[in-house]
Design a protein around this ligand. Structure first.
Ligand code: GTP
Ligand code: MG
Length: 448
C-alpha cells in the first residue's frame, strides 16, 4: 500500500462528469441528471426504496429480475436485494463508500447514491451528500411512538438531516416509510410530519417535501397513494420537479486542477490541457487566469469539453483549459481569475467528525482541498452541536459523529473560500495519517 493518502481515499466531492483520480473527465452525458442520496437510520428501508424506484421505472435488467423472481419462489420479490452486491462490498471496509444507481423517467435522469444507515457509515453519507442535488431522508414510522407528545425522532434522522443541511444539499425531502405497517396511517403520518417540521424549523432546515411512502408495496413511490387522507405528490413526482443545483456562473472563476494531460497525449500533438470541474464562474479563450500556489499568470488559448474545443465553459462543467504558454502546473493546483483568490493558513470551520478516534487538538492530519493535499493541525475546538437540543456546548475534543466548531492551521497557504459561497472551494476532508481513513469533513466559515 502506498503511504500517499491521495491513492487511498475517495474524494469527498465525487462529481459525475468527472473522471476517476488521474484520469481525464468523462463526457457531460449525466450533467442534467438529478443526483440524490438516500439517508436514514439502519433498516429504515433505503435499499428497498431504491429497488422500488429501479423496478417501477423498469431500470432493472431482465436477468437481474429473473434471479430475484427465482429466489422469491412465488412470493413478492425482495427489492433490497438489488443493492446486495453493494452490501457485500461494504463489509470489506472502505473499498466502496457509496454505491451509485442510475435510472430515468420520461421527464428526468437520476443518479442515486445509497448511503448505509448505520452510525459507523456516517462518513459515507457525508461523501454522498457533498455532491448531491437532493437528499431523501427516510423515516421509519414503525420505529416511532406516534402518540407521544412531543414525538421523539431518531438520532440518525436528526443527524442526517442536519448533515445534509450543513453540506448545503439544495433540497431535503423526508420520506415517511412503512406507512403500510401502521394502524392509523393518517394520524401517525400527521404526527411525524409535525415533529419533522418542528425539528426542521428549529434547525433552520428548509424542507422541500414530507411524503408518506411504502417502499415495500410501492405506495406513493412511483404510483400515487390510494388513500382518502393524502392527496399530495408521489416521491417520483417530487424528484421530477426538484430544481437543479444553482451553480454560480457569474463573477470570478475557480477551477481545481484534477488532471494534467501531458503534451502529445490524446490526439495529435496537443499542448497540455488542464482538466477540472469548474467550481464557479465561466471561462473562454482570451481570458486571463492566475494559478495557485505558484501565482503565475497566463492567457487562455482554448477551452474544451470532453476533448472538443468550445466557446465557453462554466460552473458545473468538467472543462479542459489550454494556456498560451507552458507553465509548471500539476494536479492539486487551482486556476482562478487573477487577484481574486486569498490564500490563508488559518481558518474557522464546521467539522463533522466521522472517525472512532476522536479529533484531537495539535495532532497532525492530512487535509485535502480540491485535489491538493497538505498537512494541517486542529488548533482549537470551540464547541460541539447537541443534535437533540441543537445547542452548542463547549468542547475540547470531537467524538465520532459529532459536529463542532474548530480552527485549523495548514502547513501551506490554501485558497479556501467560505463553504456558504461555494461547496468546492469551501470544503476539505481530513485524513488520519496513520490509518489513512477519511476522519472528517471541514466546511470553511471564515479565514482568520
Ligand atoms: P441499511 O442499509 O442497513 O441501513 O438498511 P435499509 O435502510 O437499506 O433497509 P432495507 O431496505 O434493507 O429494509 C429493512 C427492512 O424493512 C426489510 O425487512 C424490508 O423488507 C423492510 N421494509 C422496507 N420498506 C418497507 C415498507 O414500506 N413497509 C414495510 N412493512 N417494511 C418495509
Ligand atoms: Mg440498505
Amino acid at each position: 500500500m502506498s503511504s500517499n493518502p491521495a491513492h487511498e481515499v475517495r474524494p469527498l466531492l465525487p462529481r459525475l462528469g468527472e473522471g476517476r483520480d488521474g484520469g481525464p473527465p468523462l463526457a457531460q452525458a449525466d450533467h442534467r441528471a438529478l443526483r440524490f442520496l438516500t439517508a436514514g437510520s439502519v433498516d429504515d428501508g433505503k435499499s428497498t426504496l431504491i429497488g422500488r424506484l429501479l423496478y417501477d421505472s423498469r431500470a432493472i435488467l431482465a436477468d437481474q429480475l429473473d434471479t430475484l423472481e427465482k429466489k422469491a419462489a412465488g412470493a413478492p420479490i425482495d427489492l433490497s436485494l438489488l443493492t446486495d452486491g453493494l452490501e457485500a462490498e461494504r463489509e470489506q471496509g472502505i473499498t466502496i463508500d457509496v454505491a451509485y444507481r442510475y435510472f430515468a423517467t420520461k421527464k428526468r435522469k437520476f443518479i442515486i447514491a445509497d448511503a448505509p444507515g448505520h452510525e459507523q457509515y456516517t462518513r459515507n453519507m457525508v461523501t454522498a451528500a457533498a455532491g448531491s442535488d437532493a437528499a431523501v431522508v427516510l423515516v421509519d414510522i414503525t420505529k416511532l411512538d406516534t402518540a407521544a407528545k412531543p414525538l421523539p425522532l431518531l438520532a440518525q434522522t436528526r443527524r442526517h438531516a442536519l448533515l445534509a443541511h450543513l453540506l448545503r444539499v439544495p433540497s431535503i425531502v423526508f420520506a415517511v416509510n412503512k406507512i403500510d405497517a401502521v394502524e392509523h396511517p393518517a394520524q401517525a403520518f400527521a404526527a411525524v410530519r409535525d415533529a419533522l417540521l418542528d425539528f426542521a424549523e428549529r434547525a433552520g432546515i428548509t424542507v422541500a417535501e414530507i411524503i408518506p411512502v411504502s417502499a415495500l408495496r410501492g405506495d406513493n413511490v412511483t404510483q400515487p397513494l390510494d388513500a382518502d387522507w393524502y392527496s399530495g405528490p408521489s416521491l417520483l413526482q417530487v424528484l421530477e420537479s426538484l430544481p437543479p443545483t444553482q451553480e454560480r456562473k457569474d463573477g470570478d472563476l475557480l477551477i481545481p486542477v484534477q488532471y494534467v494531460a501531458r503534451e502529445g497525449e490524446g490526439t495529435g500533438n496537443q499542448p497540455r490541457t488542464l482538466w477540472g470541474r469548474v467550481a464557479h464562474g465561466r471561462l473562454k479563450a482570451g481570458d486571463a487566469v492566475q494559478l495557485f500556489p505558484s501565482g503565475q499568470v497566463a492567457t487562455v488559448a482554448e477551452v474544451r469539453l470532453a476533448g472538443e474545443a468550445v466557446d465557453v465553459v462554466e460552473a458545473g462543467q468538467s472543462a479542459g483549459v489550454v494556456l498560451d504558454r507552458q507553465l509548471d502546473v500539476s494536479r492539486g493546483d487551482w486556476i482562478a481569475t487573477p487577484n481574486t483568490v486569498h490564500e490563508t493558513q488559518r481558518f474557522s470551520a464546521t467539522l463533522a467528525w466521522l472517525d472512532t478516534e476522536p479529533a484531537a487538538i495539535g495532532r497532525k492530519y492530512w487535509v485535502r482541498h480540491g485535489n491538493r493535499w497538505v498537512q494541517a493541525r486542529i488548533t482549537g475546538i470551540e464547541s460541539t452541536l447537541d443534535i437533540h437540543t441543537l445547542e452548542a456546548n463547549g468542547a475540547h475534543q470531537l467524538a465520532v459523529n459529532e459536529i463542532g466548531q474548530v480552527t485549523i492551521e495548514t502547513q501551506q497557504p490554501l485558497p479556501v473560500e467560505a463553504y456558504e459561497s461555494n461547496r468546492i472551494g469551501g470544503s476539505l476532508i481530513i485524513v488520519d495519517p496513520t490509518s489513512n481513513r477519511t476522519s472528517g469533513a471541514l466546511l470553511v466559515k471564515a479565514t482568520i
